[in-house]
Design a protein around this ligand. Structure first.
Ligand code: GTQ
Length: 350
């Protein structure tokens, strides 16, 4: 409220507010400037986690609790500006999940959509509605909302991946449901990698009308490192880098050409050695994993050093500039698709 009020009117207004409070009424003019801001002021803070630190605590958790007992043995990356909210941005969640040889993380399904990005290990699988995807380092795996999923590990070394979920979005929309299956693993419904075979080469199956059954909205759920790294290398060998992003590719849902899932957009970047991007702000809140290389990202004037394995969050409308000392390869996910659908996506480039 901008007007200058004399003490008498102030006192009368204060009395009025107090009287209306039991009726659950509140004067807009006292809060309007906080509600309708000239530009986003995210409560989330830019932050970085080092993989080695998380890994150490995760492996200690592994000595104390099994995947079966935990249901999911995950350490949440909690944004320092959002304590207690289990969120890395106001709209997205991040955690690191550990599965040990022989373990099963039991089958469940929920309204939240998830991605997995493999940080370490090999030989574990995620099964989606009974179809296993065996995971290798830096593979992307999806468990879109409502699909049954369990994780298992027939291999012989610990396996760790990043979980990226839309937990805060589903919470905000009051739309969360979940179930547990009455057995640890979903019965095998298709041989491993069937979906890859049908959808993984930018094609989709066509069937006669009589045989047609409805394909899921998000059919493909495994995007192997071997494929995305090859695409990124080819593009970076031929194109000039985008001045603000470097070389950037987005993973697509082959059914509709849009982001891989309605609430989570996912991509990879390559910033050539010696390259420095321009300053960019956008309304997406984004999480980055340093897959390889070294450099720094300056976020709102503060330099964050980057080494392989680091996980960094850049909240909405923070100005970011990337610098690669050695070629940087980044994996990234954000809520950009949501903002675009809602006509709230904006960028400012300098
Ligand atoms: O693997 O299903 O980090 O349901 C959080 C919630 C992982 C999972 C998380 C989950 C999962």
């Amino acid at each position: 409220m901008s007007a200058v009020l004399d003490n008498d009117r102030k006192a009368q207004l204060a009395g009025l507010y107090e009287e209306m409070q039991p009726d659950h009424l509140f004067p807009l003019w006292e809060v309007l400037a906080k509600l309708v801001v000239p530009e986003p002021q995210s409560p989330a803070m830019p932050a970085r986690w080092s993989y080695e630190t998380i890994r150490r605590f995760l492996l200690r958790s592994g000595d104390l609790i099994s995947a079966e007992e935990a249901e999911r043995r995950v350490l949440i990356l909690e944004n320092p500006g959002l304590p207690g909210q289990s969120a890395i941005t106001p709209r997205l969640y991040a955690g690191l999940q550990l599965i040990l040889p022989g373990e099963i993380a039991p089958c469940h399904r929920h309204s939240q959509s998830a991605l997995r990005f493999v940080m370490e290990g090999e030989g574990a699988y995620t099964a989606v509605d009974g179809e296993k995807a065996f995971m290798n380092r830096f593979d992307l795996i999806l468990t879109p909302n409502g699909r049954w999923h369990d994780h298992g590990h027939p291999g012989n070394k610990p396996m760790i991946w990043l979980d990226g979920l839309d937990i805060p979005i589903v919470r905000y929309l009051d739309a969360g449901f979940s179930d547990r299956l009455d057995q640890p693993s979903f019965p095998e419904s298709a041989p491993p990698a069937s979906t890859q075979m049908h959808y993984g080469r930018n094609m989709r199956p066509v069937r006669s009308m009589a045989a047609a059954d409805k394909a899921p909205d998000v059919p493909l759920f495994h995007y192997p490192y071997a494929q995305w790294s090859e695409a990124l290398a080819a593009v970076s060998a031929h194109d000039a880098p985008d001045p603000w992003l470097g070389h950037a590719l987005e993973f697509l849902n082959p059914a509709d050409g849009g982001p891989v899932m309605a609430t989570v957009s996912v991509g990879v970047r390559l910033i050539p050695a010696g390259f420095e991007t321009g300053l960019r702000r956008s309304t997406e809140g984004a999480v980055y994993v340093v897959v390889e290389g070294a450099g720094q990202v300056e976020v709102d004037g503060t330099a964050i050093e980057l080494a392989a394995g680091d996980i960094v969050v850049v909240p909405s409308w923070c100005a970011a500039r990337w610098q690669a000392r050695q070629q940087l390869v980044l994996f990234t996910y954000s809520d950009r698709g949501v903002l675009e659908k809602l006509k709230l996506y904006k960028e400012a480039l300098a």
